[in-house]
Write a protein that binds this ligand. Structure first.
Ligand SMILES: [Mn+2]
Length: 240
């Protein structure tokens, strides 16, 4: 007999075009289990089932992956743009807008933070190295191991992000060449690296819509504070 069902946490998957597999790093779903949720992987299926997918989810994680098609923020592609996956973009933009409309808790990681910002009306730098206009830019595509914190971020005091992490400044890993440019309406910036690049955002009007630019799914086994992000999502997704 099951005393209490765990909240279901959907996890968007990447697509391996060579092997034709939907896939995702174990760190995402193992963190959800560790945080008390039940992970459900969402494959790259056609977009028409957004509402049915969300009907079985109490929360959702938008994961890391390739660049988002810049047409979604009304820009042509520049030379620095990387690989894009139109099928994944279409599904996730639709899922994200619908989840926000239904106020389903969202944790948006790396590509996810960009997707969340774009879906809600913001823009991104398609390529930091060629578009960042200030003198100082940190290395955001680290060459160190994926669990290793390669630069620091400053967290906004009182934000959900700072509370979940229990910190005001911490080391994070970094695997992105894009970043948020114009923030979507209804959001606030909750983390920046020392060069000013946005590393965290959250909605000011939703129950839980939190985005981060780094990869906690690859850090939580070594830095327990990172599990706090998944616990925060599961807690927000728990029905009272
Ligand atoms: Mn970074």
């Amino acid at each position: 007999m099951i005393d209490m069902l765990r909240p279901t946490i959907g996890i968007s998957c990447d697509y391996d075009k060579e092997k034709q597999n939907s896939k995702i790093h174990r760190g995402y779903y193992e963190a959800v289990v560790e945080a008390g949720g039940l992970p459900i992987l969402i494959p790259n299926i056609a977009v028409n089932h957004t509402r049915e997918i969300l009907a079985v989810l109490d929360g959702i994680i938008f994961t890391g992956g390739p660049d988002v098609e810049p047409a979604y923020f009304k820009e042509p592609a520049i030379p620095g743009l990387g690989y894009i996956n139109p099928i994944r973009d279409e599904l996730e933009i639709s899922l994200c807008r619908q989840a926000m409309e239904e106020d389903i808790p969202i944790l948006a990681i790396c590509r996810g933070i960009q997707l969340l910002n774009i879906a809600m009306g913001g823009t991104i730098y398609q390529d930091l190295a060629s578009q960042w206009s200030q003198d100082f830019l940190l290395k955001h595509s680290q060459s160190a191991p994926d669990w290793y914190g390669s630069h620091q971020v400053n967290l906004l005091k009182g934000s959900k992000l700072a509370k979940m992490l229990g910190a005001s400044r911490l080391w994070v890993n970094s695997f992105h060449h894009q970043a948020i440019k114009d923030l979507a309406p209804g959001f606030k910036i909750t983390a920046r690296s020392d060069d000013g690049v946005v590393e965290g955002i959250e909605s000011t009007s939703h129950n839980f819509a939190v985005g981060i630019q780094w990869h906690p799914e690859k850090m939580w086994e070594r830095d327990g504070r990172m599990l706090g992000l998944f616990k925060g999502l599961v807690s927000a997704a728990t029905k009272n």
